[in-house]
Design a protein around this ligand. Structure first.
Ligand SMILES: Nc1nc2c(ncn2[C@@H]2O[C@H](COP(=O)(O)OP(=O)(O)O)[C@@H](O)[C@H]2O)c(=O)[nH]1
Ligand SMILES: [Mg+2]
Length: 329
């Protein structure tokens, strides 16, 4: 410790010693540097303080960078579609992922176990649909990152607990939270106004194990059946057949079609379907395969939905699920 340090120095040094947060430490160090007399005898001490300041500043920058970019809901899409599993606490969201994917989010008796999105892949025939487990929704408003994840998704499953006495309130809470996030789930509303996004949805009333639970499914279906499909399930007692049917409904919900390309004179490539939105045409497929194909596109030969096998169709031809298409240029 060099001699001739002024009393203020020791005051701020004590402040530094007592500082608990990096911000407080940084502030104290800056004060120390300000009060320290600038001469040869204190050069070493000055250098030490400067080094500490620069370390703390760097750490602070790292923290804000991470704070800004880290979004637990930002899960890169993979597979043919991304579907979010949302719902009230304890409704069986994590169980849903256990049953349909290899993901293993925590399943618990108590609510609020899942605080981040856990992705899992659900195999369906020759494709995979990505499912995301999410935190429970118990408020009429959900955080921005969560809303953005919903807006990016291709579909959403509302899980509800048939045993809950507040089931209708819980569904209303979810619907209200989505409306606040400008998300439309009513399938009748095709014309959506600006900033709103349409998200295909399905209600799954889980834990249907008793006769009286059928009534609640009928009631919800009566109230909301026009807006979105309503199904009763028991994740603990799903038969293979029920699983298959449910997967088929999820596939239908996300509104995608699979098409297989066929090079001229060669057999179709069934190994990798092209995934297109329902309503896609031969032109959309050509653009999807390679932008250059568009320029010289004349039409296609289609096997499957066409009136006869290998029929010549124009670029505006609407493709159906499982069509085999030979692009003609
Ligand atoms: N009786 C019954 N309990 C279920 C069913 N599905 C899930 N559970 C239970 O409900 C509780 C909450 O499930 P979990 O998947 O953690 O719900 P989450 O909070 O929505 O993720 C757990 O104890 C599950 O075992 C079901 O079909 N029937
Ligand atoms: Mg959970």
């Amino acid at each position: 410790m060099p001699a001739n340090l002024p009393p203020q120095y020791f005051v701020v040094e004590e402040k530094y010693q007592k500082a608990k947060t990096p911000e407080e430490k940084l502030e104290a160090l800056e004060e120390m540097l300000a009060v320290i007399p600038k001469h040869k005898g204190t050069e070493k001490l000055q250098a030490e303080i400067k080094q500490k300041i620069s370390k703390l500043r760097k750490a602070a920058q790292e923290r804000t960078k991470r704070g800004k970019t880290f979004d637990p809901f930002l899960i890169e899409k993979s597979g043919a579609a991304q579907v979010l599993v949302i719902g009230s606490p304890n409704s069986g969201k994590s169980t849903f992922l256990h049953v349909f994917t290899h993901a293993r989010p925590e399943v618990a008796e108590y609510p609020f176990t899942t605080f981040y999105s856990t992705p899992g892949m659900m195999p369906y025939e020759d494709i995979q649909i990505q499912l995301l487990d999410t935190p429970p929704i118990a408020e009429r408003e959900i955080e921005g990152n969560f809303i953005n994840a919903l807006r990016r998704a291709d579909g959403v499953l509302f899980l509800l607990d048939a045993k809950s006495e507040k089931l209708l309130d819980e569904l209303e809470t979810i619907l209200e939270a989505l409306r606040k996030g400008k998300i439309e789930v009513d399938r009748r509303k095709t014309a959506i106004s600006e900033n709103w996004c349409f998200l295909p949805a399905m209600v799954l009333i889980n834990k249907m194990e008793r006769e009286e639970h059928r009534e609640i499914v009928s009631l919800v279906r009566e109230l909301f059946g026009e807006e979105f499909p309503v199904e009763g399930i028991s994740l603990h007692h799903l038969s293979e057949e029920e699983k298959r049917e449910l997967k088929q409904k999820i596939f239908a919900m996300v509104g995608i079609v699979r098409v297989y390309s066929k090079p001229p004179g060669k057999p179709p490539d069934f190994s990798r379907p092209f995934i297109l939105k329902r309503g896609a045409t031969v032109r959309d497929l050509a653009e999807h395969i390679h932008h250059d194909l568009l320029k010289n596109l004349k039409g296609a030969r289609v096997w499957g939905s066409a009136r006869f096998e290998g029929q010549l169709v124009p670029p505006e031809y609407l493709l159906s699920d499982r069509d085999v298409v030979e692009i003609r240029t």
